[in-house]
Design a protein around this ligand. Structure first.
Ligand code: SAH
Length: 248
């Protein structure tokens, strides 16, 4: 069980696998006013940066589940590096349908809402692990401007314009699901550049180290096309943010 190889190559040097900077992540943690000892669940936890740094900075405890063996291993190493192995744990597995044994104070899914079949389904899944009055965190793209054509949407790696909403409509959609939006932190283009452009040097270095790998042709093609695609489409059209929700 694992994720497509292009990600574990291009994002192997990332600590945060979304357009958030370390500062955005710290801002979000502080914004949530987490109590020491608060319990978190993170579906699609990637390299574990949220749980590890929040354990260090705010004294939270948590569990992350991720389908990538590589990233789950990196998350465990990060917990050791930050001295928080007694507070956070990481499980390699499919988070679809995952419900925590013990209810948590904060249930999160940042940049992986396909795990619950979309935003609404993921909120429903996270809610099953959440204590009453707990907080759900959803990290999700939105359109900064609506793409003029479906081709432009596909240029942003969306399957169609209808995959995402404009920010006001995304906020309203949480409302329609019966949730108050109680906080949000939005990424900016500097964060997008850190997320996307950092892949390019990683791919280039991987190509130099693995010239004869079966996958080298695909990585080469991706590295050649990505900077222009990113600047033309994603950087112009796509926003990303984390939204903190509480059931009404
Ligand atoms: N939340 C992390 C990672 C976001 S990238 C961060 O913000 O840094 C999306 C992550 O979802 C990847 O780490 C990928 O391995 C993971 N993923 C994809 N499908 C999954 C599934 N079905 N169950 C668990 N994790 C999954």
């Amino acid at each position: 069980m694992d994720i497509p190889r292009i990600f574990t190559i291009s994002e192997s040097a990332h600590r945060i696998h979304n357009p958030f900077t370390p500062e955005n992540l710290a801002t979000l943690g502080a914004a949530l006013r987490l109590e020491p000892g608060a319990r978190l669940l993170d579906l699609g936890s990637g390299s574990g940066e949220m749980l590890c740094t929040w354990a260090r900075d705010f004294g939270i405890n948590g569990v992350g589940i991720d389908m990538s063996q590589l990233l789950t291993g990196q998350a465990k190493l990060r917990a050791e590096e930050l001295g928080v192995t007694d507070r956070v744990g990481f499980i390699h597995g499919d988070a679809a349908g995952y419900v925590a044994d013990e209810k948590v104070d904060v249930a999160a899914c940042l940049g992986a809402t396909w795990i619950g079949g979309g935003v609404a389904g993921t909120i429903g899944l996270l809610a099953q692990s959440l204590r009453p009055k707990g907080i759900i965190l959803i990290g999700e793209p939105y359109w900064q401007q609506v793409p003029p054509t479906e081709d432009v949407a596909r240029g942003c790696f969306a399957s169609s314009i209808s995959d995402f909403l404009m920010l006001p409509d995304l906020l309203a959609s949480f409302n329609d699901l019966g949730y108050d939006v109680v906080e949000m932190v939005l990424a900016n283009n500097d964060g997008w550049d850190r997320y996307e452009a950092a892949k390019w040097l990683t791919m280039r270095r991987w190509l130099e180290a693995n010239p004869d790998d079966d996958f080298a042709k695909e990585v080469r093609a991706t590295l050649t096309s990505e900077p222009k695609r990113y600047a033309t489409y994603t950087r112009e059209y796509l926003g990303w943010g984390v939204f903190a929700l509480m059931a009404r």
